[in-house]
Design a protein around this ligand. Structure first.
Ligand SMILES: [Zn+2]
Length: 230
């Protein structure tokens, strides 16, 4: 059961949206437990014998599986032209008559424009002071308030909250310094999902994760917000 829902909005010139619907739910797996996660990681690290050794030249797509088209709600797919990586949503010719007339033939977003803005946003919303404030407000609220807001779970001490804030900050810091391969794993770890709106160049972004599976499996950090691309 979810303990904390940390939805909040910052003043970033974005318009709040009511369209938080993603059509391809299975493509973005729910948060997995630590055991499964560790297993997946160890599998990834195993040497891949018998396959050509092109790993050093293989393109990485750190945002793969995290971007949805804000118009038609379908997942955006990787595409590259020269050295530039894009994520795009295309309307095929045969689908054109049924498609939303506001949907261009191709909606695309440049990876090198999104990544720095995304990291700025993560740096802001996962900053220790913000997370401390939100966790304290929800996990230390008096019982009466908690009933009103339908909060469940234990009341945590300040030390316990500080430990969760530290775990969150470790993830934030790691994400900011990650190479593309590591970034892909970390974005998955924090449950990143983004919806791109080409008209106003806005990205609606969401993270949802459990900072400490082992000790507090019921405490989920959930931030839903937006940022504007340059
Ligand atoms: Zn689309």
């Amino acid at each position: 059961m979810e303990n904390v829902a940390l939805g909040h909005t910052t003043k970033l010139r974005c318009n709040p949206r009511d369209r938080w619907v993603f059509s391809d739910k299975t493509a973005h797996p729910a948060i997995i437990d630590t055991k499964t996660f560790d297993l997946a990681q160890s599998k990834r690290r195993q040497p891949q014998t018998g396959k050509p050794k092109h790993h050093h030249t293989k393109r990485r797509y750190p945002l793969k599986g995290t971007l949805w088209c804000g118009i038609c709600k379908r997942k955006m797919h990787t595409h590259h032209s020269g050295q530039t990586t894009y994520y795009r949503c295309r309307v095929r010719e045969q689908d054109q008559p049924a498609a939303d007339p506001k949907h261009p033939r191709s909606v695309h977003i440049r990876e090198d424009l999104v990544l720095p803005e995304l990291n700025k946003w993560l740096n802001l919303v996962l900053a220790p002071d913000r997370i401390t404030e939100r966790l304290t407000a929800t996990l230390q609220a008096p019982e009466m308030d908690r009933r009103e807001t339908k909060q469940v779970g234990p009341v945590l001490s300040s030390e316990e909250i500080a430990a969760l804030v530290q775990k969150t900050d470790d993830l934030r810091t790691a994400t900011l310094h990650a190479d593309p391969r590591e970034a892909e794993r970390l974005y998955e770890r924090v449950g990143l999902r983004m919806s791109y709106s080409s008209g106003d160049n806005e990205v609606q972004a969401e993270v949802r994760f459990t900072p400490d599976y082992a000790r507090y499996p019921d405490v989920t950090v959930h931030v839903q917000d937006c940022f504007v691309l340059p």
